[in-house]
Ligand binder design. Structure first.
Ligand code: IPE
Ligand code: IPE
Ligand code: MG
Length: 250
């Protein structure tokens, strides 16, 4: 019997996987615990999914860790999430090195507490030499805000004659997003049964395959990620073409 990893076609692995890590609160509630207990138990899922993606040959994984809208949660929960971010980034550093993980971030990180900004910056710097997989944390991230910022920055350049309006194309817009150094998303996974995008990578997911699973994030393991990749490989990505064109490569 082939293992799940062996069932993956190494020539057709999604290059960039993005995950909406959802369901921590419900996971805790199911156990009669406070929501924060769910967040505290989410680290294994993070570790497993990043390592699984790397094992499969994926080069970029982006995790939605905190949205612009999540600032509206009770202060107690926001504070707990921020301190968990700091402690997990610190404790994971040896794992990042051991597994060749290069850490990156997207979002309005200037809105994070100073301590979190510092730790994040330091981890990004220290892991910059790693080359197996790029792990991007979306923190204080909102896709609409990202697009608004891009428009503002491009407009400023137009006013200063740095960019000609006629030259504005998809590439220019890409270069002004937080994700300027990341490829488009190939596969987006959301856990917990919710089937929505929640303001995540709207531009970057234009042609992503979407995969939804009922598994709550703290229960997510390597096998679940492999299942998602196998499911992805059973789809035909047509990018507007016909099936016949894809088959004959024209
Ligand atoms: C995802 O789990 C973690 C974050 C959004 C930070 P939730 O906290 O959204 O858990 P549910 O959706 O309430 O179960
Ligand atoms: C999306 O989850 C944000 C993160 C996973 C960080 P939410 O649980 O905040 O999403 P909605 O608001 O229920 O769609
Ligand atoms: Mg949620």
């Amino acid at each position: 019997m082939k293992t799940k990893l062996e069932s993956i076609d190494s020539d057709r692995v999604p290059n960039h996987i993005a995950i909406i890590m959802d369901g921590n609160g419900r996971w805790a509630k199911n156990k009669g615990m406070q929501r924060v207990f769910g967040h505290r138990n989410a680290l294994t899922a993070v570790r497993e999914s990043v390592n699984a993606a790397r094992d499969a040959g994926t080069k970029f994984i982006t995790l939605y860790a905190f949205s612009t809208e999540n600032w509206n949660r009770p202060k107690l929960e926001v504070d707990a999430l921020m301190s968990l971010l700091v402690s997990s980034l610190k404790s994971e550093l040896p794992n990042f090195h051991k597994n060749g993980i290069k850490v990156n971030s997207i979002g309005a990180v200037e809105n994070l507490p100073k301590k979190a900004q510092k730790v994040l910056e330091s981890i990004i710097e220290q892991t910059a030499i790693n080359t197996e997989i790029t792990l991007t944390f979306a923190l204080s991230y909102g896709s609409r805000e990202e697009i608004v910022n891009a428009i503002k920055n491009i407009s400023k350049k137009v006013v200063n004659n740095e960019i000609d309006v006629k030259k504005i194309d998809e590439k220019v817009i890409n270069n002004h997003l937080y994700t300027f150094n990341l490829p488009d998303v190939d596969l987006m996974i959301r856990t917990s049964g919710e089937q929505r995008i929640s303001n995540f990578l709207l531009w970057q997911m234009a042609y992503a395959e979407l995969y939804f699973t009922d598994v709550l994030w703290p229960d997510f393991r390597k096998e679940h990620l492999f299942d998602a990749i196998i499911n992805y490989q059973n789809r035909e990505r047509r990018f507007g073409k016909t099936s016949e064109q894809i088959d004959t490569n024209v």
